[in-house]
Design a protein around this ligand. Structure first.
Ligand SMILES: [Zn+2]
Length: 468
C-alpha cells in the first residue's frame, strides 16, 4: 500500500487554523489537538483516552492500537487501512499514523468504531463528537491513564522500517522535535553527483532495488528542513532533475525513531553508485554515472560478402553473426554497458560504414569479430589485431581472455592496418577467434555451447578493460 500524506497542519490552541473540538455540543479546550492530514481530521490516541474515555492499548509487536469503550472494541494497525471493528475486518479510508511520537487515528473511523458519532465541518473547522443517548458523557479528564500505558504516553513505534509500507516507499512519519538531528536543507544534482546538504555531519546507508530500478538512501538522525533547496518543504516531496540516468528524486521523513530521512533515486537503469563525503561531512555525495559505455560489436562480413569458406563449406558470416549476437545478449545484461550492433542479420555493410556507426554514436569500444582461414587445414589458433597504439591494451585484454577460455593456440596480438580499425576513433580491436579452415576448430566455432564460452570470454574482457 502506498500512503502519501501531505504536510500536516499542527494546530495549537492559539492557532487561528486550530480545529475546534466539541463533545456533545460543548466546546472542549484540550491541548491534545486534532490535525488535518489531506483534509481528513486526525485525533491523537491520547485524546481518545483522556477526552473520550476510551482505553487504548498499543501492541508494538503487531503495531496495533486497540481501542475499547463501553463494550465496543476496535483494532487499528499503524499505516494500514485494514482494521478490525467488533471482530469484523473492515477497510478504513485513512490509516493511523505517527506524528511527534504520538499515534494519530482518523477521527471519524475511530469515533464510529467506538459508537461515538463524529461530524466534521471543514468550513468552521469543527470536529463534533456525540456520545450515544444514555451513555456516559464527558469522562473525567483527571482520571489516571490506562494501566496498559502507565507512562501516560503511547509507546513509540518500533525502530526500522515503518510498518505497513513497502520497504522502499516514501511516506511521511513525523518531524522529530528532539534536538540533535541533522537538518537537511538541500538535495541537488550536480553533474553525476547528488549532493545532500545538512547543517551537521550526516551518514547514510544505501541499497538498490529493482523493478523499477532505484537507489534508496537512508540518513538516520536527520530530518528535512523547513526549507529544502530554498523552497518551503514538506515532510515528503519530489525533486525533478536533469540527468540521463536519474528520473527523479523522492524524499521523505521515513522513520520517526530515530528520525530518518529516506531519499529514493529513481533510476533509468541499475547503475553502480557510490555514497560518501567530500571534504565536508555535512554533505553526502552520491555518485551515479550518467552514461553507460557504448560498445559496438561488429559481426564480420554479411550479405553478399560471405567471408571465408569454412572447412565444411559453411560461411564465416554465419559464425561471426551467431557469436556476435551472443556477446550482444550478454552485454545487454551489464548495467553499465550499452551494446550496439553493426548488423543484427545477414546484411552487407561496407567496412567504413562499420566504423562510422561507432564514430557517430561516440562509442567507447569497437570490436570486430571474425573467423580465420588458411590454405592448410593444420593451422589453428587465435589472433587479435589493433591498429592505433591506443587500441593495443584493449586488443591484449580481449586476446588474453579468449585464448585462456578457449584453450586455442596463442597466435599473438598483432598490429595491422585494417580499415575498420584505422577509421574507428576509439579503442578498436579485431579478433580472429580461430581457424574455420581447421576441422577441429570449425566444429567448436560452430558449436552453441562453445560459442557461449567465447562470448563470455569477450564480455569478461570488455568488462575488465572498462574496469567494471
Ligand atoms: Zn573475416
Amino acid at each position: 500500500m502506498l500512503v502519501f500524506l501531505s504536510v500536516p497542519v499542527h494546530a495549537s490552541a492559539s492557532d487561528d487554523l486550530s480545529i475546534r473540538i466539541y463533545v456533545d455540543g460543548k466546546r472542549l479546550e484540550t491541548v491534545r489537538g486534532a490535525i488535518l492530514v489531506e483534509n481528513t481530521p486526525y485525533i491523537p490516541a491520547s485524546f481518545l483516552r483522556q477526552d473520550l474515555g476510551a482505553s487504548t492499548q498499543w501492541d508494538s509487536g503487531k503495531n496495533t492500537l486497540t481501542l475499547e469503550r463501553s463494550g465496543s472494541k476496535a483494532q487499528f494497525i499503524l499505516y494500514e487501512r485494514n482494521a478490525v471493528i467488533e471482530g469484523k475486518a473492515v477497510k478504513i479510508d485513512y490509516p493511523p499514523i505517527v506524528l511527534s511520537n504520538e499515534i494519530y487515528v482518523p477521527a471519524v473511523s475511530a469515533g464510529e468504531a467506538l459508537k461515538i458519532k463524529v461530524t466534521w465541518d471543514i468550513v468552521s473547522r469543527s470536529l463534533q463528537f456525540y456520545f450515544p443517548q444514555g451513555n456516559a458523557t464527558l469522562p473525567d479528564t483527571r482520571a489516571p491513564a490506562d494501566v496498559s500505558d502507565p507512562a501516560g504516553q503511547l509507546p513509540q513505534p518500533p525502530n526500522g522500517t515503518v510498518p505497513g509500507l513497502r520497504g522502499d516507499d516514501v511516506s511521511s512519519a513525523s518531524p522529530d522535535r528532539t534536538s540533535g538531528d541533522a537538518v537537511i536543507h538541500s538535495i541537488a544534482v550536480s553533474g553525476d553527483q547528488i549532493i545532500i546538504g545538512a547543517d551537521r555531519a550526516i551518514h547514510a546507508t544505501a541499497f538498490e532495488l529493482s523493478d523499477p530500478d532505484r537507489l534508496v538512501i537512508d540518513i538516520p538522525n536527520s530530518k528535512i528542513g523547513s526549507t529544502l533547496n530554498g523552497q518551503p518543504s514538506g515532510l515528503n516531496g519530489t525533486i525533478s532533475v536533469s540527468h540521463p540516468n536519474i528520473q527523479k528524486i523522492r524524499y521523505a521523513l521515513f522513520n520517526n525513531n530515530p528520525s530518518t530521512v529516506r531519499v529514493v533515486v529513481d533510476l533509468s537503469y541499475a547503475a553502480p553508485y557510490t555514497v560518501g563525503h567530500g571534504d565536508d561531512p555535512a554533505s553526502l555525495i552520491v555518485s551515479i554515472p550518467s552514461e553507460r559505455f557504448k560498445v559496438v560489436l561488429d559481426a564480420g562480413h554479411g550479405g553478399k560478402d560471405p567471408g571465408a569458406n569454412t572447412y565444411s563449406k559453411r560461411y564465416e558470416k554465419e559464425f561471426t553473426l551467431s557469436l556476435t549476437l551472443k556477446v550482444y545478449e550478454l552485454l545487454k545484461k551489464e548495467p553499465m554497458i550499452e551494446p550496439v550492433l553493426t548488423r543484427s542479420d545477414d546484411t552487407f555493410l561496407e567496412l567504413d560504414e562499420r566504423s562510422e556507426i561507432a564514430n557517430n554514436i561516440g562509442a567507447d569500444l569497437f570490436l570486430s569479430i571474425h573467423g580465420n582461414t588458411y590454405s592448410s587445414a593444420s593451422v589453428s589458433g587465435t589472433e587479435t589485431y589493433y591498429y592505433n597504439a591506443a587500441s593495443k591494451s584493449f586488443a591484449q585484454t580481449v586476446h588474453k581472455h579468449v585464448v585462456n577460455d578457449t584453450g586455442f593456440r596463442d597466435r599473438n596480438v598483432r598490429q595491422q592496418e585494417y580499415k575498420v580499425l584505422r577509421l574507428a576513433k576509439m579503442p578498436a580491436a579485431l579478433i580472429e577467434v580461430g581457424y574455420l579452415t581447421n576441422p577441429d576448430q570449425e566444429k567448436l566455432l560452430f558449436d552453441e555451447d562453445f560459442q557461449n564460452k567465447i562470448a563470455h570470454a569477450i564480455v569478461n574482457a570488455i568488462k575488465e578493460y572498462l574496469k567494471l
